[in-house]
Structures are given as C-alpha cells and as structure tokens.
Design a binder for this molecule. Structure first.
Ligand code: GLU
Length: 610
C-alpha cells in the first residue's frame, strides 16, 4: 500500500504511479472535525413535501424555498445550482457545464440534458501542443485555451422552460439575494481557495473578488458578489440566452482571448480562441439516458460524451453475474475487477458521439458484459488490461493483445445536486467548472469564474498503439465522468445519487449503488462509507479509512489487490467524492442524504420534516 498525492496528473494516461508517502495529509476524520465542519448542516433529513441534497446549506435552503413556493424538482435544481454559483464559486456557476438527469413523474420517463462545454470552433487536435509537445498540465489549466463554451445557463433555461413550473427569473431569485447579501467564509471555502491560490492570484478580477491582499479570505469574513447578482438579474430580465449574445458574450470572449492577468503573476497565461460566435452557436443537447437492469431495478444515467452511464452500466452488468450479498471481500474483489475491465473499454471507446463512433449498445449489453466477466479470476488482473470488442457478435471470453490505458485523474472539484418534489419528479444534476476555481479567471464585472473543462481532453494520443477518441476538435465535447443517476424500482423512483471526483465519480456512484442495493446499507451509510476504486490501474485508489478496514487486508492477501491511499495539499485531497442522494420512501416521504464529513459535510433538507 502506498500514499498517492493528488492534484498533479499522477495518473496521466499510461504514466507510472508516483508515490509521495511523506506528503500525506490526514483526512478530517473524528468527531471534533465533523462537528466543527458542519455547524448548521445536517447530512440526513426525512419528511414530506420534497427534498434537496447538495454540498452547501444555503444552496439546499434555496432549493427548499422554491419547492415551498410552487416550484418542482426542476425549478429547485436550478435554484440550487445558481445559488452554488454564489456560495461555492470554485466548483459551480454560470461559467461551467454539467449533466442533468430528470425523472418526469407525469410522463413516467427519464430525460437528460447535456450542458457540457464545447471546444470553440477554432479548436484543433493541436489545442494543447506547443512545438509538437503537450503543454504541462499545470500551465494549461489556467490558460484561455482550457475554457470551453459554458453550457450551464443554457441547461438551466432548457430545464425550466421544458419541465419547470415557475419562470427562469423566479428560480434565480434566491441566488440573486444570496449574491447581494453574501455568505460567511468557512474552512472548506478556504481549503478550496488554497487548492487554486496561484491561479486566482494570477487574475486581477479574481484577486479583487476572492482574495484579500492576494491571500485567502479570513475565516468568518463575508463574501458579497454584487457583480454576480447583477449578472443573474440580467439573465432573469433578458432570459438565459443573454449569456450567449450581447455584452455578456462579448465579455466572456474578451476574457478568454485577452486574459486580464495581474501584472505581478509569475504564471504564463496563454490566451484562448473562443469567439462570440462560439457562444451564439451553443445549445444544450438531450440524448436518451443510459439504462441497465440491476437486481430488479432500472438504473438510468448519462450517455456519452459522459462516460458515467456507460461505465457504471457495464460494471453493473458484469456484477449481475455474481452473488454480491455473500462474502464481502469476494464481492469487493469483483467490484474492483469489474471496474478494471469497464475502464479499459471506457478509455478506448467513449468520447463525443458526434465525433467518434461510440459502441454504446455493446457497452451496455449484458451479453457483452459476460465476455468481460469471464476474464475475471480469483486474482487481481495486472493493469492496464486490454479493451474488449463491444461490436456483436461478441467472441466468447476473448483475450486480446491490444494495449489498454489507465485513466487520468484530476480532482474532485465539482458538485452534485439531487432534488425531488411532491409530484414525484426527481433530478440528479452534476455540474462543474472542472478544477477548483476552473481557470482562475473571473469575467471582469460579471462575478463568475470560467471553466477549464477542455483539459478533460487528452492533450496528445494516450498511447501510440491505441486510437484516441478524446482528442480536441472544433465543437467537440471532452469525455466526462459525471454520473448523475436515478434508480427506479417496480417502475417508481427508488433513489437518486451523484458525486464529484473526476474519474472517481464513476467508482463513487457504483460503490454507493452496491453499498445500498447489495450490501443493504441505508443510503446515508452507503454515502458515508470509506471509498475505493480501480481505473484500470495497477493499484486501486482508496481513502485511508478503507485500507484501515480488515476487508482491505483480505483483498490484499487473498486476491492480490493493492491499494494507494489518496492524499495531497489540503484535507480535500484525502477524500474521494462528495456525494448527495435522495431516497423516495413509501407514503410520499423522502430521505435526503449528504456527506457527514467529506468536503466539510453536505446539506440534506426536506420541505416538511414533520
Ligand atoms: N471535469 C470532470 C468530468 O467531467 C469533473 C471534475 C471533477 O469532478 O473534479 O469528469
């Protein structure tokens, strides 16, 4: 077992694992940390009338207020997301993108919105190459090149227009009030600032808004954001497309093309290529959800360009062939091996389906999963294992000489929102500006940060022997791992869940599904449990609390599994994911669940706790 430090591209495709044991920072475990971190927040709530779970108390309250005032789960999700743009500006906001999965009770169907950022039209395969070499990741992340056309506001607009009960303007009101009034800086906010301090320091508008004399804002101080309040007011007045045309679009393109850097910054900030016409051309898409059956449930997720639904679906299909309710070590061995093979396929096949052929049918076909399951033995395979061939007719238990690739992992700088209403609608919405603080660039005068989502593309082919489906191109969307998931049982919503965490989003959501469905944990216990995942990597990545469990030792000694403990600069780097979920109970009751400790604890609320 070793300690692996996050934040650097340690898991860059094909790269050897780096070890930095002495740099490990302990996770914020223990009762005192838990109590201090969550003043006013609760990780579990049960009641009627609707429910909200998010990473932030103010945002969850905004969602509940909207449910109380005639809004449905869709209105509520938009209110939560826009408020997170205020209170969690380093992980959310109008400068980012995301994926929404919606269960519509009246129509009894699941729909999705793909509001992921696109690469500007001038983008080519060489986007991140200089003199034929890939840019160092740490330089690319704060460059204008990293900024994708933001899909967040168009997602909110589409969601409310098609499926909401209130107006877009009404749903933005809680966020406007919060931006105007401000909120208190807590420890998690300071840790998030610390994660991206150098990037924030590099941009004048970000220094003014998010720092004091170039340092993180003091604990307990108040952050007001009148610029963002004004931006939201403009959107409320003119509609969501205001972001994509007129003065706001001009300001975004100007910021990307001429990043307003602080003159004292030691960083090299490269300009980007986004133009106003790229913003004007942006529209969300609505692909069909992914769907698999698992132990009598229907699991719906996000289709490509996210790899969330396909990878979780393939792993669930593999696991369907095992009895997971018996020996826990054996079940977890199968869990890790199912991920190994599913990630090999994800890395080889999943990209933007408008640009590459994604064999989604095969990846989600139980018959294909059987050809992957039969490769699993009672010993951990050596990764990277090869991808399979998900084009029918499938070969029986094929071994392949093709090269497999591991998965690049970055951070967990995203958030997940789950909402449910009294009419039975449910929303799972994962959204992000990619890294903590995105590029670090605030749009001057508008109070929000621009994403660095284009760094989710491979900068160069990940292996000379493997076709790379995730290279940049004009209008293309980088592969995502975001995995908002809604599970139905007997045809009715059972629970919904999602998480941040880069590639660990997939393993986190899958582990929660197994904890809850197979291991019989309540949803809140399933969320709080220690995490581990494999990414077609030689070692599996785990929280310290997982490797401290006796079952981890059994996995090592009996099945040859090996673990690397995640750690890094701040306690946030010692955590995997920050999940949120809601269970729909009988008699129109809800149980909302959030993290008790990770990311400072999330906020689960219901409309009527009575
Ligand atoms: N950009 C990542 C993705 O789409 C999510 C970022 C994160 O969770 O840190 O997969």
């Amino acid at each position: 077992m070793s300690h692996v430090r996050r934040r650097t591209s340690l898991l860059a495709a094909g790269a050897a694992l780096a070890v930095a044991g002495s740099l490990a920072v302990g996770p914020p475990t223990g009762a005192s940390a838990a109590v201090a971190a969550h003043r006013g927040k609760q990780a579990v709530a049960t009641g009627r009338g609707g429910a909200v779970s998010s990473v932030d108390l103010d945002a969850s309250r905004a969602g509940i207020a909207v449910l109380r005032h005639g809004g449905n789960a869709i209105d509520s999700a938009v209110a939560v997301a826009s408020t997170l743009g205020v209170t969690e500006p380093f992980v959310a906001g109008p400068g980012g993108g995301g994926f929404m999965v919606i269960y519509l009770a009246r129509q009894h169907r699941v729909v999705t919105i793909d509001g992921r950022e696109t690469c500007p039209s001038r983008c080519t395969q060489d986007l991140f190459l200089e003199n034929g070499q890939p840019l160092p990741f740490e330089e690319a992340r704060h460059s204008g090149l990293a900024v994708g056309v933001p899909g967040m506001v168009d997602t909110w607009g589409r969601a409310v227009h098609r499926y909401g009960r209130r107006s877009f303007a009404a749903d933005l009101q809680p966020a406007i009030r919060r931006a105007q009034k401000g909120f208190r800086i807590d420890r998690t906010f300071r840790e998030e600032t610390q994660e991206s301090l150098a990037d924030l320091q590099a941009f004048t508008a970000s220094r003014h808004l998010f720092l004091r004399h170039g340092n993180p804002l003091p604990l307990g101080s108040r952050l007001r954001n009148p610029d963002l309040a004004r931006t939201y007011r403009l959107l409320a007045t003119h509609g969501p497309r205001y972001l994509y045309s007129g003065p706001l679009a001009r300001a975004i393109a100007q910021t990307v093309q001429h990043p307003p850097t602080w003159k004292g910054t030691p960083l090299t900030v490269r300009p980007g290529i986004m133009r106003r016409r790229d913003l004007k051309a942006y529209h969300v898409e609505q692909p069909a959800p992914t769907h698999v059956r698992y132990r009598g449930r229907d699991v719906y997720g996000m289709a490509p360009p996210s790899s969330g639904g396909s990878t979780t679906g393939e792993a669930l299909n593999i696991l369907s062939g095992y009895d997971m309710s018996g020996d826990r070590a054996l079940a977890l061995h199968h869990y890790l091996e199912s991920l190994r093979y599913s990630f090999a396929d994800r890395n080889r096949y999943v990209g933007d389906p408008d640009y590459v052929d994604v064999p989604l049918h095969g990846l989600l076909d139980p018959a294909y999963a059987a050809t992957r399951r039969c490769l699993i033995t009672d010993q951990a395979a050596s990764s990277p294992v090869a991808p399979g061939n998900p084009y029918p007719p499938y070969a029986a238990c094929p071994t392949s000489a093709a090269a497999g690739t591991t998965t690049p992992d970055h951070e967990q700088s995203t958030n997940n929102i789950v909402t449910a209403d009294r009419w039975g609608n449910v929303v799972a919405y994962t959204n992000t500006i990619e890294h903590f603080a995105g590029t670090g660039m605030t749009v001057p005068g508008y109070g929000f940060l621009l994403n660095n989502e284009m760094t989710d593309f491979d900068f160069a082919p990940s292996s000379p022997d493997v076709p790379d489906v995730n290279l940049p191109a004009g209008g293309k969307i980088p592969r995502s791992s975001m995995n908002p998931t809604i599970v139905l049982r007997h045809g009715r919503p059972d629970f919904a869940v999602g998480s941040p965490g880069g590639a660990t989003i997939i393993t986190t959501v899958l582990q929660i599904l197994l904890n809850h469905i197979d291991f019989g944990m309540s949803l809140e216990k399933a969320i709080a449990a220690p995490r581990v995942g494999n990414f077609n990597t030689p070692t599996s990545f785990a929280e310290q609390a997982f490797v401290d469990l006796p079952v981890a030792q059994t996995l090592e000694s009996r099945y040859g599994q090996q673990f690397s403990v995640v750690s890094g600069i701040t306690p946030l780097d010692s955590e995997i994911g920050a999940a949120t979920g809601i269970r729909l109970l009988p008699h129109h009751r809800f149980r909302a669940a959030a993290e008790p400790v990770r990311r400072g604890g999330g906020s689960a609320l219901v409309v009527d706790p009575g």
